[in-house]
Ligand binder design. Structure first.
Ligand code: NAP
Length: 246
């Protein structure tokens, strides 16, 4: 596939980085794009939004992109929708790397599944939880205020949310992967009785689900957005490379 394609990889995930590294190794023309949400992105060819569907369409045309691989996070809804719209309008091939979620986890049937953050906050209220571990990302933590202002919430995120936390809340800055023994300790020491998280999938952050079960904590799980229409869906970077090589 060397030299034949100019591929745009929409990254922000381990899979995106892996894919770009492998394309590099194989000498395949590509551009890795990151949103610029983390303060120190590494190895990106370009950083920052395109300016909506119109901006993305211009970028695709100006750079003669033949294929877009959307390897953004399963919950990066805006970028995924824009990529689907722009590719459909220009007739460009779209591959979506959608890593498997946790629906098949042994304890998934015990979880309270909800559609969004508002519903998740309401579910915590209904469950009567008092000490919540909130792992929904820095951008969404404050969606739970004021609903959970009177609950002890431990917000675990890689970077601080974009505003002050309510008085009862505590920030725990940490980056996965998280080991099961560390998760067990966290649940025990903080006496967590409810975990609120997104169905992100992957192994790096799955240990909390086992720790929650063992601790008898409730799990409120935010379901994934639907995959984009018109995309070839693959579970990982390797499958995307196989598709690209065909
Ligand atoms: P989002 O809501 O889908 O993206 C919002 C806007 O950010 C997009 O419309 C686009 O701006 C820009 N953008 C997003 N990904 C981009 C990329 N790879 N390259 C260039 N621009 C990008 O996404 P989000 O939830 O804010 O996530 C932002 C990034 O963090 C994503 O790349 C995602 O992979 C990563 N991430 C997200 C999560 C999560 O839980 N959501 C977790 C880990 C990592 P324009 O409209 O201006 O083009």
């Amino acid at each position: 596939m060397a030299g034949l394609a100019v591929i745009l990889v929409l990254g922000g995930t381990v899979e995106g980085r892996r894919l770009a590294e492998e394309l590099d190794r194989r000498g395949v023309g590509h551009v890795l794009s990151l949103a610029g949400r983390t303060s120190s992105p590494s190895g990106a060819a370009r950083v920052g939004g395109f300016g909506g569907v119109a901006g993305l369409r211009s970028f695709l045309e100006e750079n003669a992109i033949t294929t877009v691989v959307d390897a953004t996070h399963p919950f990066a809804e805006g970028m995924t929708r824009n990529a689907a719209d722009a590719c459909a309008a220009l007739g460009i091939r779209l591959i979506r790397v959608d890593r498997p979620g946790w629906a098949a986890h042994p304890h998934a049937a015990d979880w309270t599944w909800v559609g969004d953050h508002t519903a998740a906050a309401a579910a915590v209220g209904r469950l009567g939880a008092q000490r919540v571990l909130l792992t929904v990302g820095k951008q969404h933590a404050l969606d739970y205020s004021p609903a959970l202002d009177d609950v002890e919430v431990l917000v675990r995120a890689t970077e601080p949310p974009p505003g002050p936390l309510p008085a009862q809340w505590t920030l725990l800055l940490a980056r996965g992967p998280f080991a099961l023994d560390d998760e067990r300790r966290l649940f025990a020491e903080s006496r967590i009785d409810c975990l609120v998280t997104k169905n992100s999938g992957g192994a790096a952050t799955a240990a909390k689900l086992t720790a929650a079960h063992e601790a008898g904590a409730a799990v409120v799980m935010i379901a994934r957005p639907a995959p984009p229409e018109g995309a070839e869906i693959v579970p990982d970077a390797e499958s995307a490379l196989n598709l690209l090589a065909r």
